[in-house]
Design a protein around this ligand. Structure first.
Ligand code: SF4
Ligand code: SF4
Length: 432
């Protein structure tokens, strides 16, 4: 196979012809709206990939427009010809990653983060514990007063205030790996904890397990599970994503469970896409199909179980910011709204453009901070108009980004951002 043929296979060149250049995707693309350049629109990017596959431009020329894509997939929902933009995007990222010249230090740092930290529950727990120590010991205040936080790499300091108070090491170590309902057992589910969710939003994960248990589900937490691989795919590291998918498929006993439940839109989307990581007809492709069929968002399972009654009124006006990957990849939209409607006292004011990405997109807000904030500002204009007390969402990245948006607009005393699961726990859930 020639180099050009190999590149065409890698970037899914044949699928670029499915785009008929109609432009229906332009109004839904956040980066086209904020950057106002055809090269930063879905069809523009598809064209560039096609040109790279024909040798008309270099792979390096793809880097900027492809890296500025959020991967929100809003373009795929609107596309009349069902262009598989996600495949094209991931192929292009992989090609860019392979051809990019990086310093030894950069490669080693990336290797450490992607191969050691994200996939390791021990590492993520350690980071959570370090954050707890930082918050509790007074170091946080000291770092803020002395502006030490601003010395952190990748704009991390700008997100510091959005991180919730962390539980201590003891609380983390007491996590149960199997919980059973008090009354009738209605199903058995395995809980996918996620790397960022478990490291940063441990309490939300605990609440997730409790809601499932109260609804009548036995919940198991497989010990050998690892990161879903979404962050690796976003970074063009497809072979690492494959390895993680295999580790997860080995960790979950599909015979024992009805569903694999997650509470992070990005992780759920990645796991429903595991079959795309493997060649059709291979052993792992077949395993991935079985695995992905069992993946569900928590909201879907709670609606299906219909086992909760909410006893405490929650007198809040809220708006709901759906996770893009939950909407456009998992195609789950209704269940969170059905659950919110069950909570007494809540007033829901829908956003004008709920499908417009908040700009979080994995680690997009860390590596493309300025562009991410322009997109967030568009989102916050919509949010401010609704004047909610709280913005509800279903993904850790969106949650952090919405908190940053609230802080940017100076509304932190009037508005908060919450995960759907935490709001449901405040509503006094009891078994029906
Ligand atoms: S909507 Fe689909 S077919 Fe039309 S330009 Fe966009 S990607 Fe191409
Ligand atoms: S994935 Fe999102 S940002 Fe990227 S081209 Fe599609 S709509 Fe635009």
């Amino acid at each position: 196979m020639s180099d050009l043929e190999a590149l065409r296979k890698q970037v899914n060149y044949d699928q670029t012809f499915d785009c008929v250049q109609c432009g229906y995707c332009l109004p839904v693309c956040p980066t086209y709206e904020t950057m106002k350049r055809e090269t930063h629109s879905p069809r523009g990017r598809i064209n560039l990939v096609k040109m790279a596959g024909e040798g008309k431009i270099k792979i390096a020329d793809l880097k900027e427009p492809i890296e500025k894509c959020l991967g929100c997939m809003a373009c795929t929902t609107i596309c009349p010809t069902n262009v598989q933009y996600g495949r094209i995007l991931e192929g292009a990222k992989e090609a860019i990653e392979q051809h990019e010249v990086k310093s030894g230090f950069q490669r080693k740092t990336e290797q450490f983060l992607f191969d050691r930290v994200f996939p390791s529950s021990r590492w993520m727990g350690t980071l959570g514990n370090a954050a707890w120590l930082y918050q509790k010991s007074g170091m946080r205040k000291l770092a803020q007063v002395t502006y030490l936080t601003s010395a952190s790499p990748l704009n991390v300091s700008r997100f510091e205030k959005a991180v919730p108070d962390q539980p201590g090491p003891l609380e983390r170590s007491l996590r149960k790996h199997r919980v059973r309902p008090d009354y009738k057992l209605r199903m058995t589910v395995a809980f996918f904890t996620g790397c960022v969710m478990d490291g940063v939003f441990f309490d939300t994960n605990q609440n997730t397990m409790e809601l499932l248990r109260l609804s009548g589900a036995e919940v198991v937490v497989p010990r050998n599970q690892t990161c879903c691989g979404a962050l690796h795919s976003h970074a063009g590291k497809s072979s690492s994503a494959e390895e993680l998918a295999i580790r997860n498929m080995e960790a979950f006993d599909l015979e024992e469970i009805d569903y694999i439940v997650n509470n992070a839109g990005g992780c759920g989307a990645k796991m429903t896409e595991y079959p795309h990581l493997f060649e059709r007809g291979t052993y792992w492709h077949e395993q991935a199909k079985d695995f992905s069929e069992k993946v569900r968002d928590i909201s879907e399972v709670l609606v299906e179980l219909d086992g909760l009654e909410f006893t405490e009124p929650v007198e809040l006006t809220i708006t709901y910011q759906p996770s893009c990957h939950m909407t456009h990849v998992q195609r789950v939209s209704e269940p969170p709204l059905l659950l919110l409607n069950q909570v007494r006292g809540l007033k829901l004011r829908p956003l004008k453009r709920p499908d417009f990405c908040c700009g979080s997109a994995g680690i997009y807000n860390l590596v493309n901070y300025d562009e991410s904030m322009k997109i967030l500002d568009v989102k916050m204009d919509d949010v401010k108009e609704k004047r909610p007390d709280a913005v509800i969402t279903t993904n850790p990245g969106c949650l952090i980004q919405m908190r940053v948006g609230i802080e940017r607009t100076g509304l932190e005393k009037k508005m908060e951002a919450m995960h759907l699961v935490d709001l449901l726990m405040e509503a006094g859930p009891v078994p029906k």
